[in-house]
Design a protein around this ligand. Sequence first.
Ligand SMILES: N[C@@H](CCC(=O)N[C@@H](CS)C(=O)NCC(=O)O)C(=O)O
Length: 257
Amino acid sequence: MGPAADFLEKLGWISRPPSDSRFSHPCNVRCQTITAKLLSLRADQCLGINCDVEVTRKVAVVLEELGLTYETIYLDFKSGEQKASDFTKYNPNGRIPVLIDHKNNDFVLWESDAILLYLVGKYDPEHKVSVTADEQKYQIIQWLFFQASGQGPYFGQAFWFRFQHSEKIPSAIERYQKETIRVLGVLESVLSKDEWLVGGKCTIADLSFIQWNDIVDRALEGYENFNFEKDFPAVFAWHAKMKARDAFKTIAAVWVV
Ligand SMILES: N[C@@H](CCC(=O)N[C@@H](CS)C(=O)NCC(=O)O)C(=O)O
């Protein structure tokens, strides 16, 4: 680790894994500028999580919102560290993020929205980003399911077919870009009437959407002059409000996309 890492550590933005780290991968600040790398977090006193810059940023944001302590570890996707047994023993799906809660007997959990529910269930007694009424709890679950089954896969596939697929397949690009637009339309229809998705406040339901919305311009590159702010003003304003929160700013300062 170089002087940049020393500086970030002094600020408390990163911390180095203890020598008895459960993962062999070093915590390495170079990954903060390499989007292809996987950023992972590991608990020191409290919580651990594996996390990539875009896809699992939301978990880190919620850890910040709740003032929890965590550490970061990076996995290298290119060399397939996420599929190696060192990692799949935690997540058989070979994907990030994974949470390891050292305060709870090293309890392991994967799927980002399940992790968000766990974090607020266990560590948000003041309901900073959660709710108290049963009905609203189910509404949060509803939005998390929509995020995991609607936003994540459609935005992800739009991205994949636009930038990563070996062949150029216009019909696949069109299909997933249109679905991305549809998902944004669903959000717009709700957020043009209400400031937040559930309970009139920012909760994990809202925060679960931030990472993909943050790169929607790229997913929709080339799509009918797409303009996030003009086409979906309520979603754009909602996203901007979340980005202005301290938790997001802390994460964004460390994780350069
Ligand atoms: N529904 C999952 C999605 C997880 C996911 O797709 N993670 C990607 C992040 S880039 C991943 O680990 N990909 C690596 C791979 O598929 O090998 C969640 O929300 O946790």
